[in-house]
Design a protein around this ligand. Structure first.
Ligand code: CUA
Length: 340
């Protein structure tokens, strides 16, 4: 009998494999958007096609494996059956090698065409148009009809299709919100039209799906689907210029913002800050994250971001305000939090 060594026997190999697989699978469930969880009609069609392909592939795989196992284990002594295979083998090859694959490919072709036409933008999608501009490494989001500009968040009406105009300011990026639709590239000098629909109100996370430089991984966005009336209110608020601070520390914070040259790169509508390199900060405090999904938009993270943005997101284009005094930093934080 073979002696088990450190649990390495055929049976233990299976057990270890299952344990490792369970570990790997469990990591897939933590707050990551999944194409298997479609929340809109486009993602639904894509997911249905995927399951069809998977089902057909699994069926063919099991069939071929079954035939192969049969070939391994069949008795070679059965002369009657051998004679049958000898006479009919060519029909098996013709059927399994030509006719059957042709039928399968025709089925896949039909369903693929069907899915492609289901992915065409519905006619009502032009009721709201949003421009999305890719930057290294964040998303500029404009609502030209409403005069609203924000970043890394796209607010849309739940249950209604909307149009996206995608372009890039620098290199090629790719827009992907897996629970709502497939991917589409953002290409400099070109505008790609896309559409989105979320069936229910909620937050749907997305990411850049084209390698675009060192911080490609930290180029996330969130689509926030809201009841249409609530979205209208949100757009009205976002179209307003920034609130003028009435508190002394916030007023001091605005002075710091101008003196520390933050205004060279950031717009705050309603003030002299009109730089266009970085995200528009007019309603910055309303946003969920810093650095396109790098950290939650909370005071501590924001302080870290201002003093050492490269600690959180190495290589990003925001210069560090390393020499800012503690007092000025606190005032700046207070001011930025007033930008609701
Ligand atoms: Cu932008 Cu990857």
């Amino acid at each position: 009998m073979r002696q088990p060594y450190l649990g390495v026997t055929p049976r233990w190999n299976v057990i270890w494999s299952v344990i490792v697989l369970l570990f790997l699978l469990s990591s897939c469930t933590v707050n990551t958007p999944s194409t298997f969880n479609p929340q809109g009609p486009a993602a639904g069609s894509i997911s249905a096609l995927w399951w069809l392909l998977f089902g057909l592939a699994a069926f063919v795989y099991l069939l071929v494996m079954g035939i192969m196992l049969y070939a391994f284990f069949r008795s070679r002594q059965d002369s009657k059956r051998n004679a049958w295979f000898y006479r009919n083998g060519r029909y098996l090859i013709l059927g399994g090698g030509v006719i059957f694959p042709t039928i399968i490919l025709i089925i896949i072709y039909g369903f693929t065409l069907n899915t492609l036409s289901a992915l065409n933008a519905p006619e009502t999608a032009d009721s709201l148009t949003i421009e999305v501009v890719g930057h290294q490494w964040w998303w500029e989001v404009n609502y030209p009809q409403q005069g609203v500009t924000t970043a890394n968040e796209i607010h849309i009406p739940a249950g209604q299709p909307i149009t996206l105009q995608l372009t890039s300011n620098d290199v090629i990026h790719s827009f992907w919100v897996p629970e709502l639709h497939g991917k589409l590239d953002l290409i400099p000098g070109r505008t790609n039209s896309f559409w989105l629909q979320a069936d229910e109100p909620g937050e749907y996370w997305g990411l850049c799906a084209e390698l675009c430089g060192i911080q490609h991984a930290k180029m996330q966005l969130v689509v926030v689907a809201r009841p249409p009336a609530e979205l209208a209110d949100w757009l009205t608020e976002q179209a307003q210029p920034a609130a003028v601070p009435d508190e002394a520390s916030a007023q001091r914070g605005f002075e710091v913002f101008m003196q520390a040259n933050c205004h060279e790169c950031h717009v705050i509508r309603g003030t002299e800050a009109d730089g266009e390199l970085g995200p528009d900060l007019t309603h910055f405090a309303d946003r969920r994250t810093l650095g396109a999904g790098t950290a939650r938009n909370a005071r501590g993270n924001l302080a870290g971001w201002i003093v050492n943005p490269h600690g959180l997101k190495p290589g990003n284009l925001m210069p560090a305000a390393a020499n800012i005094s503690g007092e000025d930093l606190q005032a700046l934080l207070v001011y930025l939090e007033t930008l609701q």
